[in-house]
Write a protein that binds this ligand. Structure first.
Ligand code: HEM
Length: 402
């Protein structure tokens, strides 16, 4: 909880920090990377840096956190902290790096707001930062500890044993371990960070959802090629698509991620759009492996049948469950008049399907898709606590504190 001294200062300065957060974020990163270029080698995703999303996400989350400390002093924004800590450990972050971010964040606040940052203001924001940092450091220590790994040992080399061209833009890679150490089990819905060596000698991390349950030997993940190759966005997916073949080696982190399927008997609805299908395919595969008796509804929206990645695996998995079915929406189908059973034309529309009683919902896809589906579910009476969602890329839904 924020101290009595800092509370009024944060309340008074939040509007000005909020109004300038983009500039603070930009100055913070420039300053930090100038002093710590090593953070651009294997830690930060330079694609996200290039388009400013990550800049906004990290700094925006500090402002969102400050808002929450002011408005709900007894509650921590758990959802935000949990998401961030999983992302951090999947990148092998260390506690000592929090001092670096602190120093440059505080410098950027001073640089942008100038004389408005008196000693009191600086002290209050310092307190916000360390409350948040300490919660994250503790959570991250717990996450490393739970899998008996450290920032250095989360990484492991795997060898590609199969490459499946799912659609024009999506390839699934199956990789196998290259040593005899045990494979850390994944929870349904988790992702790994892949660290790729780029042609300029710099490592670049990217997160990919695991699309199949564990077998103790392999991992499976699917990669959508980001079009346009407007470097550096898309550089890793294009490299994997064009150069990663059977026999090649990749470095992956242990699995992390907090949007995971809970083990209950309740019906479950897995709703995705586009490449958002990947964590859903992973969850479904886990349900099959657990010989689940749950009612499962798989809803998927895509452009057309030929852009629907992992469809064959999903259909095979649904057929192995006692009460499971799929509804697919195609926005631009090749033959709109000849849709198969369970296929509809247009965007996902939940009024076209029956909502199972007391179901748990998991959403993944573009933000607009998830916001629309979540709103219609809430309007249909589904409690907010029963809807979880996974955002690919920096989560600006969370960081949006305005
Ligand atoms: C990602 C917050 C400290 C490195 C993120 C994200 C947030 C965040 C909100 C985006 C998560 C998402 O939605 O995907 C914070 C806060 C910090 C902090 C509030 C301090 C209190 C650090 C430190 C480092 C770091 C100390 C290491 C130097 C990263 C990296 C990512 C990230 C590499 C992923 C970036 C990307 O993929 O572009 N952090 N972070 N963070 N953070 Fe932090």
């Amino acid at each position: 909880m924020l101290s009595d001294t800092s509370l009024p200062v944060i309340t008074a300065t939040l509007p000005v920090v909020g109004a300038n957060i983009k500039e603070i974020a930009q100055r913070f990163y420039e300053h930090m990377f100038a002093e710590h270029p090593e953070l651009l080698d294997g830690v930060f995703n330079r694609g996200n840096q290039a388009d400013g999303r990550q800049q906004q996400a990290l700094a925006g989350s500090i402002a969102a956190f400050a808002t929450s400390l002011v408005e709900k002093p007894d509650e921590l924004p758990d959802h935000l902290l949990s998401r961030v800590s999983h992302k951090h450990v999947s990148l092998g972050l260390r506690p000592d790096q929090y001092q670096i971010v602190h120093d440059h964040f505080m410098w950027a606040i001073g640089d942008v707001l100038g004389d408005a940052v008196t000693d009191d203001v600086a002290a209050a924001w310092d307190e916000v930062y360390w409350i948040m940092a300490n919660v994250l450091i503790n959570k991250e220590r717990g996450l490393y500890g739970a899998v008996k790994l450290s920032p250095e040992t989360i990484w492991r080399t795997w060898r590609v044993v199969e490459r499946i061209q799912e659609t024009d833009d999506v390839v699934t890679f199956v990789v196998e371990r290259t040593d005899e150490r045990d494979v850390k089990p994944s929870l349904p819905g988790q992702y790994v960070t892949l660290k790729a060596l780029m042609p300029d000698g710099v490592h670049q991390p990217r997160q990919y959802s695991l699309t199949k349950a564990d077998d103790g030997e392999h991992r499976q993940f699917s990669v959508k090629r980001v079009h346009g190759l407007k470097t550096p966005d898309g550089e890793v997916s294009n490299l994997l698509h064009s150069q990663f073949e059977v026999g090649d080696e990749v470095v992956l982190s242990a699995p992390f991620g907090d949007v995971v399927l809970e083990y209950t008997d309740r019906p479950v609805v897995l709703a995705s759009a586009g490449i958002g299908v990947t964590p859903m395919a992973g969850m479904l595969s886990h349900l099959v492996q657990a010989k689940s008796q749950r009612t499962v509804r798989f809803w998927h929206a895509d452009n057309a049948a030929d852009t629907f990645a992992l469809r064959q695996q999903i259909e095979e998995d649904l057929a192995k469950l006692p009460d499971a079915s799929m509804t697919a929406w195609f926005a631009d189908p090749a033959e709109p008049t000849q849709m198969a059973d369970g296929e509809l034309v247009g965007f996902m529309d939940i009024s076209a399907v029956e909502l199972p009683v007391d179901a748990a919902y998991y959403l993944c896809g573009p933000l607009v898709f998830m916001q629309a589906v979540r709103s219609s579910l809430i309007a249909a009476g589904v409690p907010a606590k029963d809807i979880q969602y996974e955002v690919f890329g920096p989560d600006l839904w969370l960081a949006d504190f305005t």
